[in-house]
Design a binder for this molecule. Structure first.
Ligand code: GLN
Length: 230
């Protein structure tokens, strides 16, 4: 394993990339290059093999209901590897449609229920009242974030002991119109409704880059101790 090569998996880049989400991967790559790392971005699409253990960062962007339906059929193959990766505290960022698919289900405005991976106890439903669209502002543990949201799904946590939100809304909706909360933070997993892309907020980008470098160093140490053991 090359010492300074950071490997990034972009899940379904060709289908899940709304409102500038690909920019999140570009910003992370740019910051890592500035820190002296090389980066390799693998686009994992329908039918592709994927093992999260091979990566330092996994990204899953937003998508329209139709693309989510297509992706949801292929996604269950990756449940075990993603669940283990996330539960071991490795960095992953999911935006909007990708975030919804990490939960139990998303019931769309046409009454279709798209099954999610069920890695997190949360669900998303369309309610007739409103599409949540516009600029957002919220406070996170890394400071203020300004972004853009556009979704009809409203996300609700089913186990608030285990799940913590990513931010407290100042402007806009976030997860749903009632809670005034944005996204999900679980160990080094961030789920968010923020497009624009989110990581134009350099405080969040830097926090994620730090997680990625820590993960990379762990993988390097692991590879070295495996070699010693052989
Ligand atoms: N299709 C989903 C919704 O409308 C997600 C939208 C998105 O990813 N931008 O809620």
């Amino acid at each position: 394993m090359a010492d300074n090569l950071i490997k990034i998996a972009y899940l379904y880049e060709d289908l899940m990339n709304t409102y500038g989400d690909s920019g999140d991967v570009k910003i992370v790559s740019h910051l890592l290059k500035k820190d002296g790392y090389d980066t390799q971005v693998d686009n994992i699409s329908l039918g592709d093999e994927f093992n999260a253990d091979d990566y330092d960062f996994v990204f899953f962007g937003g998508g329209q209901d139709f693309e989510q339906t297509v992706v949801a059929k292929d996604l269950p193959r990756h449940k075990d590897t993603l669940e283990k990766y996330v539960n071991s505290g490795n960095p992953m960022l999911c935006i909007c449609g990708g975030y919804q698919l990490m939960g139990d289900y998303y019931k769309t405005n046409s009454g279709v229920t798209i099954k999610g991976l069920g890695i997190f106890p949360l669900h998303t439903v369309f309610k007739s009242d409103k599409r949540m669209i516009g600029d957002t502002k919220y406070m996170t543990e890394w400071g203020e974030v300004q972004a853009f949201e556009n979704h009809s799904g409203q996300t609700y946590f089913d186990n608030t002991d285990r799940l913590h939100t990513f931010g407290d809304m100042i402007e806009g909706y976030g997860n749903n119109p009632q809670d005034k909360k944005e996204g999900l933070r679980y160990r080094n997993f961030i789920g968010s409704y923020s497009h624009g892309p989110l990581l134009k907020n350099v405080n969040i980008a830097n926090a994620i880059v730090k997680m990625i470098i820590a993960r990379h160093n762990d993988r390097l140490n692991q590879a070295t101790s495996n070699e010693v053991a052989e």
